[in-house]
Design a protein around this ligand. Sequence first.
Ligand code: ZN
Ligand code: MN
Ligand code: MN
Length: 292
Amino acid sequence: MKIGCHVSIAGGIDNSVVRAGELGCNTMQIFSKNASTWREKILKKDEVESFRGNLKNSNINPVFIHTSYLINLASPSDELYFKSINAFLEEMKRADLLLPDPYLIIHPGAHTGAGEEYGIQRIIRALNIILEKSADLNLKTMILLEDTAGSGTHLGYTFYQLKRMIEGAKDRKRIGICFDTCHAFAAGYDLSHLEGIEQTLEEIDKYVGLERLKVIHLNDSKFPLDSRKDRHMHIGKGYIGLEGFRVLVNHKYLKDLPFILETPKNDEKDDLININLVKSLVALGDGSLVRM
Ligand code: ZN
Ligand code: MN
Ligand code: MN
């Protein structure tokens, strides 16, 4: 299986590969800058070379980059909207520089009171500007829209909404999706048992197409089904529960895709514990319904 987690880039982006290797990851996710500031990180040539070298000498592939949380492609404020589009393009440039096979994950956006339809149209327009400019720059980065928990005015909490965004884009080849299990559960998709998981995957296939699904964010949820709260929990310690994760990681539509954990990091050992737990769920297989 392809399993990894979100790893820190503290002390240099190249360190992330070492950290992921120590945790037994064969895929990973990083930020390419501080995720809560607008400031752009200028990537130094040696840092990029060292990162690419470390990756080449590892079995970690693919690597996903998650965008800054400040970017809002649905913002009704023109200032924030165009600032977000520019920041996203800068993130695409960095992804292209860092990765041979670059993927950039983004939460579609929040309409902040302007209304859902307005927000979706705003996102479509932003995607088209981004796709056009990045094509002019010859960037090959693939954009992955992530499903959200639907907290506040965040859009993308149904796969139908993601479909609308993708459909509005002129160059759809460069858009895929990231499926976050905590977000989907908090948005009302019951991933705690086989039947709910099958229904969810059918919905993804119907609206988006499973071929567009490139990565799964494997997170348990601290709050119940349909709570609309984006609070991640350790695998098996939240409302999705171990049985849901056993079904998810062994499901024929998902098992060959990369799984990335974004579970809490309260203790240094947390990532290792969660990664090893997921590996043990794969070992259990999808046969009998084991009660745990
Ligand atoms: Zn995310
Ligand atoms: Mn996520
Ligand atoms: Mn989240």
